[in-house]
Design a protein around this ligand. Structure first.
Ligand SMILES: Nc1ncnc2c1ncn2[C@@H]1O[C@H](COP(=O)(O)OP(=O)(O)OP(=O)(O)O)[C@@H](O)[C@H]1O
Length: 271
């Protein structure tokens, strides 16, 4: 079953007339993970934000986005707000920007739960504690009493993953969720994302520059360059036989980094 079908998505900057995303078509099967890779400015985030209907008004979008068979442009603002979080959930590069800095984490998490469920205060508290512990955040009560800036980047990403465990969305869009983290924390957060997929069986769009991570988590890979999709296929087929020169370049630069790492560390890190 197809959970998401994007046809001819084009995003224009109305002010300058520039085409930022051009005639983009792709789909996502239920329960699978599609990675979107590509250089900075290639249109990955604009594409993700279009799926949430979160692009700024100055950007004109054409094309169709069907989510669970329904055209998202036909939802009212209220309907779309209800879908965000509960059905389509976004994990951003920097978890800090997702939260209002003036409220403690617990307030955000409880508000998000209350938006979608009629749970009692005790039930909400119990579920949030369970979810925070599940992503290896010790002392959930303490975490909930912290302000966003008091938590590290890795902890904030875990909080975002914990909330997804509670909301159980159908589709998670993870837009470079580990870019702002150090290598060890990146690895840990990736593990939590993989576990999240296994637990709630959600579909995922995973945006990353890191092809090693893409290979670890994704089933299909789509490569964007200058607003256009230049390659699309299963991760294994794209790695084995990239059709586009730009994809070959991305894979070879990743391989060069990996070889350099191997020569320095003496270990075998495979891209
Ligand atoms: N609100 C906006 N108004 C005008 N142009 C925009 C807007 N947001 C993004 N752009 C431009 O659209 C292009 C694609 O941006 P986008 O953020 O989607 O890139 P990206 O592939 O996600 O890059 P990165 O990997 O650096 O996050 C860029 O040239 C960017 O400057």
């Amino acid at each position: 079953m197809t959970i998401l079908k994007v046809t001819g998505l084009t995003i224009l900057d109305e002010r300058t007339g520039d085409t930022l995303v051009k005639d983009s078509s792709f789909q996502l099967k239920k329960g699978t993970c599609l990675a979107i890779a590509g250089e900075s400015g290639s249109g990955k985030s604009l594409t993700c934000r279009a799926l949430m209907r979160l692009n700024q008004p100055g950007l004109k979008e054409t094309g169709t986005i069907l989510f669970k068979g329904e055209d998202i442009s036909l939802f009212t603002k209220k309907e779309m707000r209800k879908k965000r979080g509960r059905e389509i959930y976004m994990i951003m590069q920097n978890g800090m920007t997702a939260f209002d800095p003036s409220s403690v984490i617990g307030v955000h998490l409880k508000q998000a739960a209350a938006e979608h469920f009629d749970w009692s205060a005790e039930e909400t508290e119990r579920k949030l504690h369970w979810a925070l512990e599940s992503v290896l955040l010790k002392n959930p009560g303490e975490v909930m009493n912290h302000y966003p800036h008091q938590l590290s980047g890795g902890m904030m990403q875990r909080v975002m993953i914990a909330l997804a465990l509670v909301l159980e969305p159908d589709l998670i869009i993870a837009d470079e969720p580990t870019t702002a983290l150090d290598a060890i924390t990146q690895y840990e957060v990736m593990n939590e994302l993989s576990r999240l997929r296994e637990r709630i069986g959600c579909s995922m769009i995973f945006v990353s520059h890191d092809l090693a991570m893409v290979r670890k988590i994704a089933d299909e890979l789509l490569v964007m360059k200058e607003g256009e999709i230049v390659e699309c296929g299963t991760v294994e087929s794209v790695f084995r036989k990239p059709k586009n020169d730009y994809t070959s370049y991305l894979i070879s630069t990743r391989q060069a980094l990996s070889d350099h790492f191997t020569s320095l560390m003496g270990s075998r890190e495979q891209c």
